[in-house]
Design a protein around this ligand. Structure first.
Ligand SMILES: [Mg+2]
Length: 242
């Protein structure tokens, strides 16, 4: 049995946000009608850490619907803004966060990583089934389509469409059904250890972590620095079985 399919996470695996940090601060300042000066414009809080902090609440279902995804990001931006406009009611911060969620649903705010399309073409040329399995709202499809990713994919599974988000097994099993392959015939590539590596492994797939910065600690899964290295991992898995 050999690898017959590669599934990909979307955010920070295939595509990255285009706006610079200052643009995001400008957007929020404009939404709130306040001035946010340079001293207040730090980096935004780590999204993964915020996600983890909510695991005891509804974090694991954060992308199971458009409404849940909007709520997650509204809360995230309200949290990021908590010290910036202390006089403003929380409802206004949530509204600005919700507007930001809409802003990021515009394909123009996203761009593929430089090597992504080449890597997808190479895997497609090998005859591998390819799919996106992403924690995302229903706007994922037009975003990927605008950047010519969908034509290299056999399908796109967005959590808000199927009603299940990573790291739960259901979304991976759904994708396996779409691909018509067994779990052990599929590789899953993503940038999140919890959602992508642990989630896909729990569903029986072969996880691969993409770590473009080389910043991840040693982990119990193959790590690649670029999508163009994923086929080498596929070869190693196939070779180990031969
Ligand atoms: Mg990701």
């Amino acid at each position: 049995m050999t690898i017959r399919a590669i599934f990909y996470d979307a955010g920070h695996t295939l595509v990255r946000p285009r706006p610079e940090v200052d643009e995001v601060w400008d957007f929020l300042a404009h939404q709130l009608g306040v001035t946010i000066d340079a001293g207040q414009r730090g980096p935004f809080p780590d999204v993964a850490a915020f996600f983890y902090s909510r695991l005891g609440e509804d974090g694991l279902g954060a992308y199971a619907s458009d409404a849940a995804a909007r709520a997650f990001w509204s809360e995230y931006y309200a949290y990021a803004l908590r010290d910036v406009a202390p006089g403003l009611p929380r409802a206004e911060l949530l509204t600005a966060g919700s507007a930001m969620f809409d802003w990021y649903n515009d394909p123009a705010q996203w761009q593929p990583f430089p090597e992504a399309l080449d890597a997808l073409r190479a895997a497609k040329a090998r005859g591998l089934v390819q799919g996106v399995v992403s924690d995302w709202g229903t706007d994922l499809l037009p975003i990927l389509h605008a950047h010519e990713i969908t034509r290299l994919m056999d399908f796109v599974v967005a959590s808000a469409v199927v009603g299940s988000s990573k790291p739960h097994r259901e979304i991976f099993l759904y994708a396996l059904g779409r691909a018509g392959v067994a779990a052990r015939e599929a590789v899953y590539v993503g940038d999140s250890y919890l959602a992508d590596v642990l989630g896909s492994r729990a569903a029986g797939l072969h996880p691969v972590l993409i770590d473009r910065e080389g910043a991840a600690p040693p982990i119990d899964a193959p790590v690649v620095r670029a999508l163009t290295d994923v086929l080498d991992v596929v070869d190693r898995i196939d070779g180990a079985r031969a």
